[in-house]
Design a protein around this ligand. Structure first.
Ligand code: ADP
Length: 322
């Protein structure tokens, strides 16, 4: 391996820059030329390549987002487009590609690699922590911390006005963020995609809290497939139980911000191990966390979405907020 490329694809997440920095510096350490591909697969197709040196990734470890930008690229679903991408990389003498992204990006990478016999390594970057075969994805910890800080602030207002708040957190169909935020903020309840909303149980919990003198109730809502589902829950609570609530959708604030220590640490390890995987010809693998350690797993095992929802976490959140 003399020259490698790397890109970010899909949604951005805090810690991507730490992985980029680790890729560039590990490659240079091993006398490999690292090339940044801007704006994901779309940028690849447009030939947006930049050779990187050690200082080009200086002072980025603390920055959220990704300095090489990311994108969604519908054309990459077509075989002929993926063939063109391989040709463009080969023309640049790039011999291996590192893809930082979620399960969608990995599906694209898997097809691209097998159809064109092009070495690929994945790094899981998404705040949703929803990729099969890894216990952790870069950005999750920072997103949780951001959401916790927001909920703490909302609690101040909720307590001052004796209000019920529905706070909607990101995570698509993954309940990871919602579960952890609920436990860490002492939320009165949590609504996750896997479990049907039990309005009676929610209302009973709120009323129980009020009768024992609670000044506020916070219910964490996992966004599920569609952002804004909290409004329907709000409507039902009002119409069926005469409980008035406020909705706060945290949205994209959860995606930004300076990466936490955990995200910096894991992303740095993943960037390093990804380059080493290319050097050692451990192609078509993904840097994952298994039993708390950064290691490699086959790319084919990381293509599915997973929801690390645990019934006992839900119970914990509920027991601790009685
Ligand atoms: P994420 O990687 O965060 O899950 P997306 O699902 O939006 O984000 O995927 C990012 C990009 O990866 C898509 O815009 C597309 O270019 C590529 N991609 C996703 N799924 C596939 C697929 N099945 N085949 C080919 N390319 C795909």
């Amino acid at each position: 391996m003399k020259k490698i490329g790397f890109l970010c694809s899909g949604g951005d997440s805090p810690g991507m820059n730490c992985a980029i920095r680790a890729i560039v510096r590990t490659a240079l350490y091993h006398n490999i030329k690292p090339v940044a591909i801007h704006q994901g697969y779309a940028g690849l197709l447009q030939g947006k390549f930049t050779p990187m040196d050690a200082s080009s990734v200086g002072n980025i470890i603390q920055r959220g987002g990704t300095i090489i930008q990311t994108s969604r690229c519908p054309e990459f679903h077509e075989k002929k487009t993926r063939k063109k991408a391989a040709e463009l990389l080969r023309k640049q003498k790039i011999e291996g590609l590192i893809v930082i992204g979620g399960d969608g990006s990995f599906n694209g990478a898997q097809l691209f690699s097998t159809e064109n016999n092009f070495p690929v390594i994945g790094i899981p970057g998404t705040i949703d922590n929803d990729i099969s075969s890894t216990e952790y994805t870069i950005g999750f910890d920072t997103a949780i911390q951001t959401a916790i800080e927001a909920v703490d602030r909302i609690r101040d207002t909720a307590s001052s006005h004796a209000r019920i708040f529905l706070v909607e957190v990101m995570g698509r169909n993954s309940s990871s963020i919602a579960m952890k935020v609920a436990v860490c903020t002492g939320a009165e309840n949590v609504i996750v995609p896997k479990i049907k909303v039990d309005y009676q149980e929610i209302a009973d919990g709120i009323n129980r809290g009020i009768s024992r003198g609670k000044t506020s109730s916070i219910i964490i809502v996992a966004e599920g497939e569609k952002e804004g589902r909290s409004y329907e829950i709000q409507k039902n609570l009002r119409e069926k139980f005469q409980l008035d609530s406020r909705v706060c959708i945290l949205g994209h604030v959860q995606r930004g911000g300076s990466p936490s220590a955990l995200d910096r640490y894991v992303a740095s390890h993943m960037g390093h191990i990804a380059v080493k995987a290319l050097i050692e010809k451990k192609f078509n693998t993904v840097a994952v966390v298994k039993n708390g350690k950064v290691t490699l797993a086959p790319l084919s095992e990381c293509l599915a979405k997973t929801d690390p929802f645990k019934e006992d976490h839900l119970l914990l959140a509920k027991i601790l907020s009685i």
